[in-house]
Design a binder for this molecule. Structure first.
Ligand SMILES: Cc1cc2nc3c(=O)[nH]c(=O)nc-3n(C[C@H](O)[C@H](O)[C@H](O)COP(=O)(O)OP(=O)(O)OC[C@H]3O[C@@H](n4cnc5c(N)ncnc54)[C@H](O)[C@@H]3O)c2cc1C
Length: 374
């Protein structure tokens, strides 16, 4: 042990990053009886996974990634059943709404694409729509309902995962990765809390994956998104715990069981991931709130308690980056794409399996970090 910092000096697998992907990867490894330590540059569960909207819907996802998001939902249900604590997972379905004639045409086309992928959707308009969601504005003329759409509570999930990991024998420590060198068939990681020797290292570093990859001499280019989110005071339940999304994009809305409404969708703030600076863009925030109120007018009567921004990133080719790095034994990437909370537990499962020596599934063939080898 490095006694001053309290971190081990050697461990079989180090997972860098204590977000949804790092923690689920580590949980699977610990449950498989492997020695695993998660390190984070700051308090665990502080970044994207902690500050996101919790939407785990299918309807608002890119069609080509639907099978992975669907598997994400399978893993979310498993987590909800297997962890000892409530993670606030709610599966009451979701509706995707359309307001203009163009929206309706786009909704029909999108629904056809999703149906071709096996997603079951109900088309709602006229009285059927009003009966299903009387709280929608009259300007909403059509919607699709998907029974699989769900959400989870980021706050509850983080605490449950951290305690679940510890209960399974995994470790977790504050120790930012600053560099590495190969050492005895594995890696010697330099961290702010001391060196750690390990056989495997998993980079689950979210928006900082380009920075972490660079420490291993690998060039991954990512685009940073600084997403905005707001929460209202607790108000009476009126949305039946549905997840609401909009065919025009930039819209997610749900009411948590405690009555708070979470208004998201990806309106952009400002920030810098190296300094950690995060700022709301008040024009974007106002546009975000107006859009939400135009869809669900009842929100106008709710007091907004807090708005914030958080970092998330997407590789420039818009694909996840998951699994072993070819030619670099013991190095694994665990980086998804937009909506990484939804897919996160599936990514964690795949990467843990890869560390355990199992093959990555066919679906992940295009997502190999090997595409950045040059
Ligand atoms: C406001 C907002 C709303 C969102 N809403 C949704 C949503 O509703 N649904 C959805 O599916 N997705 C949503 N997302 C995206 C989602 O949050 C992310 O895709 C997902 O949480 C990424 O998880 P992760 O584990 O990869 O990264 P993170 O949760 O960001 O974790 C990465 C961790 O790595 C650590 N780290 C980085 N570099 C180092 C280093 N050198 N050493 C040690 N530790 C390091 C960081 O400190 C961090 O804790 C949203 C994002 C934001 C910001």
């Amino acid at each position: 042990m490095n006694r001053e910092a309290g971190i081990p000096t050697a461990v079989e697998t180090v997972v860098v990053g204590a977000g949804i992907i790092g923690l689920t990867t580590a949980l699977h490894l610990a449950r498989a009886g492997r020695e695993v330590l998660v390190i984070d540059k700051a308090e665990p569960w502080r970044e994207g996974s902690a500050v996101n909207a919790g939407t785990c819907a299918l309807q608002n996802k890119a069609t080509n990634l639907l099978p992975a998001y669907r598997q994400g939902l399978v893993e979310w249900r498993r987590l909800a059943g297997e962890l000892d604590e409530d993670i606030g997972f709610v599966n009451k379905g979701g509706i995707r709404v359309a307001q203009s004639a163009e929206d309706v045409a786009a909704l029909r086309a999108g629904a056809a694409d999703q149906a071709a992928q096996g997603v079951q959707l109900d088309w709602l308009d006229g009285n059927a729509l009003r009966d299903r969601a009387p709280w929608l504005a009259p300007t909403v003329t059509a919607a699709t309902f998907c029974a699989e759409d769900s959400f989870a509570s980021p706050l509850m999930t983080g605490q449950a995962l951290i305690r679940g990991l510890r209960a399974a024998g995994g470790g977790i420590a504050v120790a930012g990765l600053t560099g590495q060198r190969t050492q005895g068939g594995g890696y010697r990681l330099s961290t702010a809390a001391g060196n750690i020797d390990c056989r495997n290292v998993v980079l689950a570093t979210g928006a900082w994956t380009d920075r972490a990859a660079a420490m291993f001499g690998i060039g991954i280019s990512v685009r940073l998104n600084v997403n905005t989110l707001s929460v209202t005071e607790r108000i009476g339940q009126f949305m039946d715990n549905l997840v609401v999304t909009h065919i025009a994009g930039k819209f997610t809305l749900k009411q948590f069981p405690n009555g708070s409404c979470i208004l998201g969708g990806g309106f952009q703030g400002r920030g810098d991931k190296d300094s950690g600076r995060k700022e709301l863009d008040l024009d974007q925030l106002q546009e975000n709130i107006r859009f939400q109120c135009s869809v669900v007018p009842q929100l106008r009567d709710a007091t907004l308690l807090r708005s914030w921004v958080g970092f998330t990133a997407i590789a420039h080719d818009q694909k996840p980056t998951l699994g072993p790095m070819p030619g670099r034994p013991g190095l694994f990437f665990a980086f998804t794409t937009n909506a990484g909370f939804s897919m996160g537990p599936y990514a964690g499962r795949m990467v843990a399996d890869a560390v355990l020596g199992r093959a990555m599934p066919e679906i992940a063939r295009d997502w190999t970090p090997g595409r950045f080898a040059a």
